[in-house]
Design a protein around this ligand. Structure first.
Ligand code: LHQ
Length: 262
């Protein structure tokens, strides 16, 4: 698939999806969502890609649904539920279930489904120019694209409810304080720091990270007993991996490990 609304790059084991509609703050069109989903599928299939970064071109990260596209199609002719099921829902699920680390490089404003997109990633590295808002209520909608599930897991139920029913904007410093992002970097240093962060993640034992993502996500809906059992099964699988052998060997030889992601 050729891409027009995203830029897809691969460097040093890191796959980059750059949302590329800068004059619309990378608002999501049907085409953009399809291209991003296709790219995530490619990352899932390529064992040499060991980290995914999603970021935006220009001054925005993602302003959510392109409201112009939405208006042009006519709300009565567009089946909104189907639009979500076939578009955003598949993209969010693919990101959450990708068995590799996913970083949101939040370069600028993240609004509506754009905030959900950032939240679907495992970690959020933000520029100090970033802003965050659950914009839905401002246009008479409910949060979608997993926002009701993802936001309380990041900031707690009380804060999630407040942000969702007010649509209030949160700056990068506040986002860090409430746990909405993991790290804030000065805008000038952001590209270099984001690349460094992702390249480091890509050098870690990818399989263990994929399994950890699954264990943690499942643990939130399981009992301790069920989680202990899952950990036992997952650890037995991991203990047979080349990366575990390398990790132990490197420790014994007092050298840095060279993980391959296998
Ligand atoms: C945009 C957008 C945009 C088009 C900025 N669309 N052009 C909804 C519908 C149904 C089913 C599917 O699910 C969804 C999910 C959703 O995501 S609903 C939420 C949709 N998003 C919003 O409501 C956010 C709308 N945007 C804004 O509130 C502001 O633009 C923010 C706060 C994001 C940024 O504000 P500023 O930094 O002041 O930028 P701006 O407003 O001047 O925007 C720059 C340009 O981008 C501007 O165009 P122009 O031609 O005037 O330069 C905007 O019209 C355009 N743009 N967001 N979502």
């Amino acid at each position: 698939m050729g891409y027009e609304q995203i830029v897809f790059e691969e460097r040093e084991g890191v796959a980059w999806i750059r949302l590329n509609r800068p004059d619309r703050l990378n608002a999501l069109t049907t085409q953009l969502s399809e291209e991003a989903l296709d790219a995530v599928g490619h990352v899932a299939r390529d064992p040499d890609l060991r980290c995914l970064v999603i970021t935006g071109e220009g001054r925005g990260f993602c302003a959510g649904q392109d409201l112009q596209e939405f208006a042009d199609r006519g709300t009565d002719t567009l089946d909104v539920a189907e639009h979500l099921r076939s578009g955003y829902n598949r993209l969010i699920t693919a990101i959450v279930e990708l068995p590799k680390p996913v970083v949101a490089g939040v370069n600028g404003v993240a609004a509506g489904a754009g905030l959900s997109l950032a939240l679907a990633c495992d970690v959020r590295v933000a520029s100090d120019a970033a802003r965050f808002l659950q914009a839905f209520v401002k246009i008479g909608l409910v949060p979608d694209s997993g926002g009701n599930w993802l936001l309380p897991r990041a900031v707690g139920v009380a804060k999630a409810l407040e942000l969702s029913i007010t649509g209030d904007q949160v700056d990068a410093a506040e986002a860090l304080r409430i746990g909405l992002v993991n790290r804030v970097v000065p805008a000038d240093d952001f590209p270099v720091e984001l690349e460094r962060y992702a390249t480091n993640l890509a050098a870690l034992p990818t399989r263990a990270i994929g399994a950890t993502k699954r264990l943690l996500a499942d643990a939130l809906r399981l009992t301790l007993a069920e989680t202990l059992e899952r950990e036992a099964v997952a650890q037995a699988e991991q203990a047979g991996s080349p990366d575990f052998a390398e990790g132990v060997q490197a420790f014994l030889e007092k050298r840095p490990p060279r993980f391959t992601g296998r």
